[in-house]
Design a protein. Structure first.
Lengths: 292, 190
């Protein structure tokens, strides 16, 4: 199993533990990643707020690069916002040759050309559909017994393109969590919005959305995420979100591959657990425990 | 186009009407059912609900649209797009309104549009976003001495974990310059 790998800007900075744990877990599961050479920003949520054409050209550039390197290999993306931006280009150009020509007119400045024949896959899609508990279960040497994990999917890996999961009530993480030996914390907030960039541009609104999610997770031992934006919003603002609703909302927030990697016996450093903003000592000691 | 109704805010210039035409086209078959409003996680903070915003748009009330914060409060969760019984691309319509506000440099939206504009400027300069540079430029434009303080605690935590290199990007390579220029050229000429 081999994929083009598009890490995206966050995974080089604020989400470097997502990059580290994704690479470590996929390597341990026998998946090979070929990072797209010379990749650039997908436009995040900024391009779509400033230029409709750039919002398509920026992700298209990365797909064209991937196709030039290997036209038959699919692209694996851990960040949900990058995933949606890349996937949107494929969905929009598939039946619109005029739009494809317009995008290619811009890409020709760099002697690039989008064919649009490869697939864009979210990390969760590959973990749940191509690997699944049957691949992960046998590798678990440090079962996370007794821990209750709340799966948080966020928005853009689920919507608007319903693919590998139910876009309203997602479940794809549940078998993966059970495979680590942990329990799934029952809640209905998995597909709700974390507020995305509201935390920067309209702080009060962002805090209200985050407080709602953290409140619903009271009683869980951790929330797991599959997106750097969700992760940052849930882990970095627990203090102010708690003050807004007058409750203690502190809880560990981990990326899904950090959870899986810990259960698979990877060291805390290998899955980047020392980089998280909100992990209790419990997690670090679990990650340092001897493997069985 | 729709004739102006009795609403006081309908005195739009012909050019301004054109500005909203692409968005109006996207939502033309809206039946005002309100599924979007009921699905929106941010509706509680909006001055107009999404359904009301579409109604103003359909009636050509430009000033009502551009006095509202509603489209800036769209966090792109895509619930409305998923559930719209008419299959309208409502999230995309919200994006198109954000683009119009950014293009016109409407002052009331500056706190939001400046954030995205500086983000894009950083991408234009370096190909990948440089968080330190773009937030510094954003703070400089906002001229609010208290704003950086909101982020200082988080900034220190990120630096301590090696996630925010305190390095000002100095290299002069501008890998996306040609694409940005060409895209702007095509968009202005549409």
């Amino acid at each position: 199993m081999k994929y083009h790998y598009y890490p995206g800007c966050s995974l080089e900075g604020t989400a470097l533990e997502y990059d580290r744990s994704t690479r470590a877990v996929l390597a341990a599961l026998g998946v090979e990643l070929a990072e797209i050479e010379d990749w650039t920003c997908c436009g995040a949520s900024a391009a779509e707020a400033t230029s409709g054409l750039l919002a398509l050209v920026l992700p298209a550039r990365n797909l064209a690069l991937a196709e030039r390197q290997d036209a038959l290999m699919d692209v694996l993306v851990p960040c949900s916002a990058c995933y949606l931006n890349l996937r949107t280009v494929l969905e929009k150009t598939r039946l619109d040759s005029a739009l494809t020509a317009r995008i290619n007119a811009v890409l020709s400045e760099e002697q690039l050309h989008l064919l649009g024949r490869l697939q864009v896959r979210h990390l969760l899609d590959v973990l749940a559909v191509n690997l699944g508990p049957e691949a992960i279960g046998p590798k678990v040497v440090r079962p996370l017994t007794g821990l209750r994990i709340a799966p948080y999917y966020g928005c853009q890996c689920l919507r608007p393109y319903a693919g590998f999961d139910d876009p309203e009530l997602p479940v794809s993480m549940e078998p993966l969590i059970r495979a680590t030996g942990a329990e799934v914390f029952p809640w209905t907030m998995g597909g709700r919005c974390c507020g995305a960039s509201h935390m920067s541009t309209q702080r009060e609104v962002g805090l209200a959305l985050v407080a709602g999610i953290l409140e619903a997770a009271c009683g869980a031992d951790a929330i797991v995420t599959v997106c750097p934006m969700c992760q940052m919003n849930l882990e970095a603002f627990q203090g102010p979100a708690g003050r807004a609703v007058d409750k203690d909302l502190h809880i560990s927030i981990l990326y899904l591959p950090q959870l899986i990697g810990t259960a698979m016996g990877l060291a805390a450093e290998e899955v980047g657990l020392t980089c998280n903003l909100a992990v209790s000592g419990e997690w670090e000691s679990r990650a340092r425990a001897a493997v069985t | 186009m729709n004739a102006p109704t009795g609403h006081p805010a309908t005195t739009a210039s012909p050019q301004a009407v054109d500005e909203l035409e692409p968005v109006r086209e996207m939502i033309r078959s809206c039946i005002q059912c309100g599924t979007c409003t009921g699905s929106c996680p941010n509706a509680f903070a909006m001055d107009l609900t999404p359904r009301q915003l579409w109604q103003h748009l359909l009636l050509g009330r430009r000033e009502a649209v551009f006095h509202s914060r509603t489209f800036t409060l769209c966090s792109a969760c895509y619930f409305c797009t998923l559930r719209c019984p008419r299959g309208l691309h409502l999230t995309e319509a919200m994006h198109t309104l954000k683009q119009a506000a950014a293009r016109e440099r409407l002052t009331r939206y500056r706190p939001v549009t400046a954030f995205f504009r500086h983000f894009m400027e950083s991408v234009r300069r370096h190909g990948r976003v440089n968080e330190l540079e773009f937030m510094t430029l954003y703070f400089a434009e906002m001229k609010n001495p208290l704003l950086p303080l909101r982020y200082s605690g988080l900034g220190m935590r990120l630096v301590a974990r090696g996630k925010l290199p305190l390095r000002w990007p100095l290299h002069r390579k501008r890998p996306l310059e040609a694409l940005f220029r060409k895209a702007a050229e095509l968009e202005e000429g549409r």
